[in-house]
Ligand binder design. Structure first.
Ligand code: GLC
Length: 558
């Protein structure tokens, strides 16, 4: 692999930071975050080490699904600023060496979108086929709905024309018909538009639903993967380094289909499977569920990448665990009903789930940055923000960013009751957890996160390397190795509340015959190491270590 490849395939070891403009920073005091406010925080993100900002939907929207219900694919929600402000935001990010990607939500539109308004006006309207209709009474689909607390069918009857339209999500989000070439054209045009304004790619919402052709006659729409390939080709023509990061919460074998046989579909996919097993391991104090999942993770093309995360903007879904495993995780991290959502997930953030134990929280983030893949942070994770359980459903974790200990958390000069979302209170509220205080405290989670990010970036082994779980007898410990271009990094994580000792056997592949150095990347120590040496390593309760074996002349920073 040459240096040119590492720069071109920037997503292989990016640090992605997801934020919602609405809740990040308000510059004009109206209680709603805006692009100008977020642009003022660009140096904060750069200092943290973020290399790519992922913007949640900022498009005009009736806000019935927090902006995932888009009514104009070419605009900016007026509360957040203008197209001009968005472009300035992207320019500012680029000046600091950061890229910007954005959510693209094309499985559906809002029912307020002019296309749907047209489509529902009559059966022969030219926009009718932009959506998926059926004329016969639909069967019972109550088991197929994504939001079981709100919907009981994926079909909704439109009274005016007496037909039913498909909606995988809420009934106010009619699904687009991607079998229709006119819809495909519109999607490409709109992606091209945002690329022209400076985006570096997209987080593609709900990919499997977007690609499904349910409700259209068999054989009429072709293979949806051909369509995804054509979208990728289109983007690559417009901009060689554009990324498609897909939301595909499916078993690994299914996910492979979305990378494409020739690595010609999505560049990246979130790893929902490892995320869920990670929580099972944390709940049990047993690294094995995560270890065996990572071992079973299928190899992918070197151009592709997994996006790892421990929290995102949605419910922390546990849908791929068995019922009894899910119960274990609920019991450990969200025993009360108000902490759970849709019967399958949690509405909590990491620090409260870990009982505020800083060592354990650090261990979770050490894992995030050292598991093979590209880490994705959700805003506020770096300072240890919590959730507000009084807020309904998934919105519990989408509270205003906590910049200071002031009344409105430094997010806005508007009073707390005028903010776009309620603040967090209690142990993780702004008076206890905020950026201003964390910046002044060398022992803060923020300081630690900065160190992790720097080490991650300095260890191309982690994003690029070959990954292996190392056999060792202690079930509470995950020991793994990432090797790239002859350099090995060893990572140890103790999932238990008791200390652990791990013996690592250094074989000849790992250690050069002469001149090898063992560097502890988080404790800043180093010493010579010889092949065949057994390393006895101590781990504190919930302890972790990052160790590099360096060959002479490789020039890695230590
Ligand atoms: C995705 C988003 C979620 C949204 C849904 C419908 O799953 O992550 O927030 O509600 O799509 O657009």
């Amino acid at each position: 692999m040459r240096i040119t490849d590492t720069a071109d395939l920037w997503w292989k070891n990016a640090v992605i930071y997801c934020l919602d403009i609405e809740t990040f920073c308000d510059s004009d005091g109206d209680g709603v975050g805006d692009f100008s406010g977020a642009a003022q925080r660009m140096d904060y993100l750069a200092e943290l080490g973020v290399t790519c900002v992922w913007l949640m939907p900022f498009y005009p929207s009736p806000q019935k699904d927090d902006g995932y219900d888009v009514m104009d694919f070419y605009g900016v929600d007026g509360r957040l600023g203008t197209l001009g402000d968005l472009v300035e935001f992207i320019r500012t990010a680029k000046d600091r060496g950061m890229r910007v990607i954005a959510d693209i939500v094309v499985n559906h539109t809002s029912d307020q979108h002019p296309w749907f308004q047209q489509a529902r006006s009559s059966k022969d309207n030219p926009y009718r086929d932009f959506y998926v209709w059926r004329s016969e009474e639909p069967p019972d689909t109550s088991k197929e709905v994504v939001f079981p607390d709100k919907e009981n069918s994926i079909w909704n009857k439109d009274e005016k024309t007496g037909e039913w339209y498909l909606h995988r999500f809420y009934s106010h989000q009619p699904d687009l018909n991607i079998s229709n070439p006119a819809v495909r054209d519109e999607i490409a045009k709109m992606m091209g538009f945002w690329m022209e304004l400076g985006l570096s790619g997209f987080r593609v919402d709900a990919v499997p639903f977007f690609l499904e052709t349910m409700g259209t006659p068999e054989g009429e729409s072709g293979d949806p993967h051909d369509y995804l390939q054509s979208l990728r080709r289109f983007l690559s023509r417009r901009s060689g380094d554009a990324v498609l990061l897909g939301e595909v919460n499916l078993p690994y074998e299914k996910q492979l289909e979305f990378f494409g046989d020739a690595a010609d579909e999505l560049n990246m996919q979130f790893d929902f499977i490892a995320m869920q097993q990670l929580y099972l391991s944390l709940a049990r104090g047993d690294a094995r569920p995560l270890a065996s999942t990572l071992e079973a993770r299928p190899p992918i093309d070197p151009d592709n990448q997994w996006a790892t995360f421990v929290r995102n903007h949605d419910e922390l879904t546990l849908d791929k665990l068995s019922d009894s495993e899910r119960k274990e995780v609920f019991a450990a991290f969200g025993p009360e009903e108000r902490m759970q959502v849709f019967g399958r997930g949690l509405k909590r953030r990491v620090p409260p789930m870990m009982g505020g134990d800083l060592q354990r929280i650090k261990m979770v983030y050490s894992l995030l940055f050292s598991l093979p893949g590209t880490p994705v942070l959700f805003y506020g994770e770096e300072i240890g923000m919590g959730e507000n359980l009084d807020i309904e459903g998934r919105l519990a974790v989408r509270t205003p960013m906590q910049w200071t200990d002031e009344d409105s958390a430094g997010f806005s000069s508007a009073p707390p009751d005028k903010l776009v979302a309620p603040l967090v209170s209690g142990a993780c509220g702004p008076d206890k957890v905020n950026v201003a205080a964390a910046r002044r405290d060398p022992a803060s989670l923020l300081g630690f996160m900065g160190t992790l990010i720097r080490r991650y970036r300095e260890c191309p082994e982690l994003g690029w390397g070959e990954f292996q779980v190392i056999d060792q007898p202690n079930p509470a410990v995950l020991a793994h190795r990432s090797v790239w271009e002859g350099n090995s990094v060893f990572l140890l994580h103790n999932f238990a509340a008791e200390p652990a000792t791990v013996t690592l056997k250094m074989d000849d592949d790992d250690v050069p015959a002469e001149g090898g150095l063992l560097t502890d990347l988080l404790q800043d120590s180093r010493r010579p190491i010889s092949p065949g040496e057994d390393l006895e390593l101590e781990l504190e309760p919930y302890g972790f270590r990052w160790l590099r074996v360096q060959r002479p002349g490789t020039g890695r920073l230590w």
